[in-house]
Design a binder for this molecule. Structure first.
Ligand code: UD1
Length: 416
């Protein structure tokens, strides 16, 4: 069965290690296409989205090999430029391969990418940026072809600091002719990780971590060994699990520098965070207070990927909380199932009004997407009785082994 079973009510206690970052490793895997040789990538999470990316790289001609959590990609031979089928349509980040394939082959043919069902998620900003670099795009049926005889550096300000579009520009620009100056670039830590990987391989990038990236095209990149940083969203999810269920946990290798917006919320609600060089600890010793207003924003604001798990926390906090979702449409899909568990939540457009209840009750619910699914796990840990979450596969897109990690933290949770 594709489900997760939780007997809620245990206070969480213990330690677990945080996996490598999904959103960092996906564009880095795409970037290996730019390197005519072998790259060794350590600390790769074994999650469905990484396996989809692996399939796509293999279809293009790369050799991909796993040893534990280390992935080796040999992209010496890339002999196809067509990307279609399930791996593209099921995973939005397959769009990363567009910039990388243009850098490698000058041409790519692909179906429109898919991903979570959280709103329209168009790719117009990606295409606008690539057109600026001399790429011609033609569309036919559900496929489009992108072609550039010579990728040209450009000067461009993104209309919105899209994470994926920033990554695609980086991937296309590192081997382009001349210099690309990208303004209003996304500043998410995963962009820094991609810049770090590309710089290790010989790319010339300045402004890393800022909203103005300057990329001077180089002739070629060379083989690298790289370690993927820890996943800030997985770490954040486990912190919200403790906020909902109560207790004291420690997350080894959690990236404390990237979670300031969540820490602020924890403190305002009455929890306590400790940070040391080994990771992050949280202590939740009594019922949390509500958070009057929380809005999702681009980095370093509160991340949209933690909005649903935070909603599960607020469902149990004392008083009314409000969430304003500003990054994605339709990211309140979990509200119905949280309601089934006893939460009192009303949504109006991009705002959710959450009146905290004293208890949630376990029942059968259904994950509809990745982070909403994680929110149901958070709620299930705090609920009375048994929660069955169907469609575990959505959660496995981003969490390597959420049941193992939460069992390390004292939860009664298993796959069913
Ligand atoms: C990435 C993350 C995702 C995270 C999101 C925002 C990966 C694999 N995924 O997604 O987990 O939630 O950043 O932090 O890294 N948009 C357009 N046109 C475009 C591109 C985006 O309108 O061409 C819109 C999207 O529909 C969305 C918003 O911009 O409403 C943010 O998208 P973007 O920053 O591109 O997110 P992703 O890269 O898809």
């Amino acid at each position: 069965m594709d489900s997760i079973h939780i007997y809620g009510g245990n206070l969480l206690k213990g330690e677990t290690r945080v996996q490598g970052s999904k959103n960092a490793v996906l564009p880095i895997l795409a970037a290996t296409l730019l390197i005519r040789g072998t790259c060794v990538i350590k600390n790769c999470p074994r999650i469905a989205d990484v396996y989809h990316m692996q399939n796509l790289l293999q279809e293009l001609g790369c050799m991909v090999h796993w040893a534990g959590s280390t992935v080796t990609v040999d992209a010496a031979q890339v002999n196809d430029n067509r990307m279609s089928g399930e791996s593209v349509t099921r995973m939005r980040s397959s769009i990363m391969l567009l910039g990388a394939m243009l850098g490698r082959m000058g041409e790519a043919v692909m179906s429109y990418p898919g991903g979570c069902v959280i709103g329209k998620r168009p790719i117009d900003i990606h295409l606008l940026a690539l057109r600026n670099m001399g790429v011609e795009i033609t569309e036919e049926d559900q496929m489009f072809t992108a072609r550039a005889l010579h990728l040209q550096g450009t000067q461009l300000s993104l209309p919105f600091p899209s994470v994926g579009a920033t990554e695609n520009v980086l991937l296309a620009a590192v081997l382009a002719e001349g210099t690309t100056v990208l303004e209003n670039a996304a500043k998410e830590p995963e962009i820094e990780a991609l810049c770090g990987f590309l710089a290790m391989a010989g790319a010339d990038i300045s402004g890393t971590g800022s909203s103005r990236l300057v990329i001077r095209g180089v002739k070629e990149l060379h083989e690298v060994k790289y370690t993927v940083p820890a996943d800030r969203i997985v770490a954040g999810t486990y912190l919200t699990a403790a906020m909902a269920a109560g207790g004291s946990i420690f997350l080894e290798q959690a990236p404390a520098g990237h979670l300031a917006a969540l820490f602020k919320a924890v403190k305002e609600m009455g929890g306590s965070i400790t940070i040391n060089k080994e990771g992050i600890g949280i202590d939740i010793l009594h019922r949390l207070k509500s958070l009057p207003y929380l809005k999702t924003e681009v980095y370093d604001g509160f991340p949209t990927d933690l909005q649903s798990p935070m909603m599960a926390v607020m469902a149990l906090a004392e008083g009314q909380s409000v969430i304003e979702e500003n990054i994605f449409e339709n990211r309140f899909r979990v509200v119905g199932d949280l309601g089934k568990m006893g939460a009192d939540i009303e949504t109006v457009k991009n705002k959710a009004y959450i009146r905290g209840v004293e208890k949630l009750s376990g029942c059968t619910v259904e994950a509809e997407e990745l982070r909403g699914g994680a929110a149901l796990v958070v709620a299930g840990l705090a609920a009375e009785g048994r929660t069955v979450i169907k469609n575990r596969h959505f959660i496995e897109r981003g969490y390597e082994n959420i049941c193992r990690d939460l069992r390390d933290l004292g939860a009664d949770i298993s796959i069913g």
